[in-house]
Design a protein around this ligand. Structure first.
Ligand code: ATP
Length: 432
């Protein structure tokens, strides 16, 4: 049964909090707008997303170099990149209630979303967080928290070329935090002030940009499908004119049908030679012995938006009323818990001991394994369904004599008997 879209968002936010995926940032002090904390299941899901991304785009490729640059960078980087002058959003303030909005997010132009009062003139608001480095508070010591991971890769371009001598085309990849002082953070983890990005800068000869733009477009789609985001809800938007970022000649946004509307999930941008040129960096072509400034295609992925799109894509319910069964149909590769192990009864030491041995063995093999002996078995299944655990393994009295366990499948609720020594292969088989 399909949930109403608004209810779906509320359902996901409440499930995420109750079950330990995502908590409000600084909650015990009333929160801090635009920040969220990831709980044990959230961090597991996030790590799975990041590890799968790294495996697909860095480890399994021959032309990609991973880096991890500092979040604090010399302010000259942000001057050269154009962010100091142009990384801003139009800000308007209501003349009556003084609430502030992004001008392009007003429901009616010139009218306050909250009280219906008139909004004043729009002015540009730079979204970079500023802070001070060192003990002396003068302007020379201003630094910014990076608003994108991209610049960390551009400024390390020469370092990586000097260390590894890659031939064009090749890429740099990075996963890390980015910070933006968003005027109106909203929609749970969709628009936040502190978030994580997974980005690549793919350097190439200018004449090849169209070919590689198309190539990366397909790679991004293949990633979206691979991790289990609902492809029917993904749409490509060709970004035009004034909406193009200051550095881009062509951008495609991959949008997702979020319950609050169709919005950007990922971006793919042709950044030309804008960044390397501004940083006065170039590539020495050994073949022709000339200096060239490579052009760049940038596939950019938000970790938090990926996590939200995954929760929304995976949420399912079957049955109705008392029998309603909500579950998260995650792919096993991203599921925070791969399997849960339970003794049928909590207070039978022979079942517990046996179950514990299996639990230990599976934990050594898969890591993401949960012990669950609370309440009756039906309740345990429901709890595991709700957090998207693909398999529940139950040790019962028959196990003690036939050395087999029951494995129950999350999506079909079907159960199978599996020999103790075959459990690992059974799960590995299903994961592939
Ligand atoms: P938007 O138009 O939604 O503000 P953007 O076009 O400014 O996004 P990019 O600069 O292209 O976003 O950033 C790359 C990716 O980083 C986005 O596709 C998104 O996944 C993620 N991202 C950007 N801003 C935020 C944010 N405030 N909160 C969470 N994720 C974000």
């Amino acid at each position: 049964m399909e949930k109403e879209q608004n209810n779906l968002m509320e359902t996901i936010i409440s499930l995420a909090k109750r079950r330990g995926f995502v908590y409000q940032g600084s909650e015990v002090y009333g929160g801090l707008a635009g920040t969220w904390d990831y709980g044990p299941l959230g961090v597991a899901l996030k790590n799975n997303i990041k590890n799968l991304w790294w495996k697909k785009f860095v480890d399994s490729r021959e032309d990609m170099y991973g880096i991890d640059a500092a979040i604090l960078m010399n302010s000259a980087v942000w001057k050269a990149s154009g962010h100091v002058d142009t990384f801003s959003d139009p800000l308007v303030e209501c003349t009556k209630c003084h609430h502030r909005f992004r001008a392009d997010q007003l429901e009616k132009a010139g009218i306050c979303n909250d009280c219906g009062g008139k909004t004043g003139e729009s002015r540009q608001f730079n979204m970079m967080f500023k802070t001070q480095i060192g003990a002396v508070e003068d302007s020379s010591a201003t630094v910014y928290l990076r608003p994108e991971t991209a610049q960390g890769m551009f400024v390390n371009f020469k370092n990586v070329v000097d260390s590894f001598h890659p031939k064009l085309p090749f890429g740099l990849a990075q996963i890390g935090k980015a910070f933006r002082n968003e005027i109106t953070p909203r929609d749970f983890i969709f628009r936040v002030r502190e978030f994580e990005q997974m980005e690549m800068e793919f350097f190439l000869r200018s004449e090849d940009w169209e070919k590689y733009f198309e190539y990366w477009r397909n790679e991004m789609l293949s990633w979206i499908e691979m991790i289990g985001i609902d492809m029917d809800k993904v749409h490509e938007l060709e970004v035009e004119g004034a909406d193009l970022a200051h550095y881009s000649k062509r951008t495609i946004d991959f949008e997702f049908d979020f319950p609050f509307g169709r919005s950007e999930l990922y971006g793919l941008a042709y950044r030309t030679d804008f960044d390397l040129n501004n940083h006065k960096l170039f590539y020495q072509d050994e073949g022709t012995n000339t200096k060239i400034v490579p052009h760049v295609i940038e596939p950019s992925f938000g970790v938090d938006r990926t996590l939200l799109a995954l929760l929304l894509s995976a949420y399912k319910e079957d049955g109705s009323g008392e029998e309603a069964r909500p579950y998260l149909a995650f792919n096993p590769s991203v599921a925070p818990v791969i399997c849960a192990v339970s003794p049928l009864l909590k207070n039978k030491p022979e079942l517990r001991d046996y179950a514990h041995l299996i639990y230990r063995q599976l934990k050594d093999e898969f890591g993401r394994v949960m012990w669950d002996d609370n309440g009756n078995i039906g309740k345990r299944y429901r709890r595991q369904d709700e957090i998207g655990t693909p398999w529940c393994i139950v040790i019962d009295f028959d196990t003690l004599t036939d050395n087999s366990v029951t494995i129950r499948d999350r999506d079909t609720a079907k159960q199978e008997r599996v020999k103790k020594e075959d459990i690992v292969d059974y799960i590995k088989d299903k994961m592939n």
